[in-house]
Design a protein around this ligand. Sequence first.
Ligand SMILES: [Zn+2]
Length: 744
Amino acid sequence: MLNRRAFLKTGAAGLPFAAAVEAVHSNLGLPAEVIAEASSGGGAPKLVPLPPRLAPTDLSTQSWQQNIRRVGQSNMTEHDPAVMNVEEWANYWHSAGAQVVFVSVTGILAFYPSKVKFHRHGKFLNGRDFFGECVAAAKKRGLRVVARMSPDLNWGEALAAHPEWAMRHADGSVQYNGEEPRLFRTCMFSSYMDDYVPAIMREVNSLYDVDCFYTNGWPPIGSLPECRCATCSKLPPPHTVAYWNAFNERVLELWHTYDAIAKEKKRESFYFANLGGNVRCGPNLDRVARAAVWFQADNQGRTYDDPTVWGCSMQGRVSSAMMDGKFATNVTAAYSTGTVRWRNGSKNPAEGTMWLHETVASGMAPYWHFIGSEAGLGEDRRWQTVGAEYFQWTAKHDAHLKTRRSIASLGVVIGQSTQLLYPGPAAAHSGAYMRETTHGLYDALLRGRFTFDFVHEDRLELERIGKYRVLLLPNVAMLSDRQGDQLRAYVRSGGSLMASFETSLYDENLKPRDEFGLSDLFGINKAGDVIGTNGNAYYGRIEREHPILAGFGNTNWLPGAQNRIPVKPVEHAVLTVVPGFVQYPPELAYPASPHTTEPAVVLREMGASRLAYFPGDIERTYWLTGHGDLVRLLHNTIRWLSRDESAVRVDGDGFLEIFAWETGPGYTVHLLNYTNPNAQHGWLESTYTLGPQTVSLLLPEGVKVKSVELLRAESAIPFRFDGGALRFTIPRVEDYEVAAITVG
Ligand SMILES: [Zn+2]
């Protein structure tokens, strides 16, 4: 697809387009002979000019946590007071360069001589103030301390005194922890959260100098609780929008209560909680992000259900969409995550390091996490070097690694309510339906080397989305009338849209609509219910030439998708549906209706806007099949919608994820190398180095470039300007590279 250009034999004078070029070689630069040019595959890239640079940050207006760049956590076990070497623990995190550490207060087990009733002392505590010793050791070294609590579980004596604290099954029985049946699960709607948790917070505040409070284990991430206790039985049924609303009200009520308690001692303290859950976060991201000053993404490693290498960077896109520059971090497990776990053993260094790379590339602060400190600071200590070396590398480059604003002209609406509550179409009910949809689009965007942002459905104001040339709606089934109006305003302002399948066929309460909410915008009308596949899936018959069909020769039809919504005929259809048919026996594998007028895509131009609607679940079908025609069709369509213009372009070989940011000193372009047999399964074990990658950006008028530095290779590289665009070539990318552009 993309070819490498010949190696250049000389320095700046020999660069192509030399006449129009301002070329600078740094003394630290690599020899010109080894710098190759990656071809853009013909023609100068069409670049969207970057907006004027933001005004410099006034550091005095920033909160302390906004300047945190490294977070460390040795998650404490009940046994740690007997075995952990507090001095060694504090020395490790301090010498690694962590600026803040988590120390366990808990709520399940007290790590200090708590007097709060039912706050059971750990059995190895023996009256010792382990928490206080850790806080003192951290503070002595200038580290800030997060008081870590866990309000999700408690013991039998608390249950006997407060049966109303327990989560209950439908038959009234208590819900217990699956691994330790002596622990019951506490109900977030009960007074446990109103009385017990605040009592511990106030006790900690009265005894110690902590910087903020955090709860692990609540609110739930990635799912909603199912409790049938007396209180919850009066709530709307689980898995409904009405329940989600009640859940969100309660989360926000407790969040504000806890935050106020944290601030009773000092104003700069605050409360924050586990978020994570990626696009399928439990609490409403729009609402919780308004309250949160620290987005804690508890997304520690790959799982069997979510085996993709980009799990952390996808999470970073979520927090970046929500936090508007407030602090965010992703908890990276140094221990062995996965379906089979070893929580006290190190994971592959290449895997843990990639998760840290993704954290940094997607605009979050790296956070390294291990569990338990047997034998002083762990029986397995291999994770310590990995984390310390990583932290020390980031510390050299904090100015460049701290992001200010994403550079992207493409937005993806993540549809949180659809992710959480939509059960998939009747033809394919599945809890994994939206995950497959999202990964399909994500994979396609990475393969097309698009830079993009996530956009939350509750943040569709024109001031926010006006920066995007194109918005993608991957089966965003649930959309309110107001959200529809916001998308109309976006299109009226010149924005372009792509949508698929059931997008806008439900309102914000998951009530099916008779007609697409965005029917007028896309020029589509529903002609029936979802049609699934029984045997051979449907095709799209090519009716006429169009840029979205570029590269498809020697065929009359293309694969459609697994499921589709039939829509009424339109004029000048580009693809029409050939309905599915029998796939076995092969004797019957031929189309009963080889030609219909049902569109398989609807394309439209309105003023400066372009619109594309696919009636099929094309993104998800791509994820299920890996069919190259589907990814080509998606790429062609996005390029047609965007007129092939992008804010940043990276040409070269390999499978990369790209992030680009405006920073304090200038700009950064991050390249994550996923060209690896373990990109979609298991853990990374080795790195497969990529060759040259040529980066092009159109800087705002008047912005001068001082240098382009590679932060992983730790060398400066030459750059030049072609027709106003900044261009430079990164000679090689191992697992990760960051090109840092300093302007001035
Ligand atoms: Zn309950």
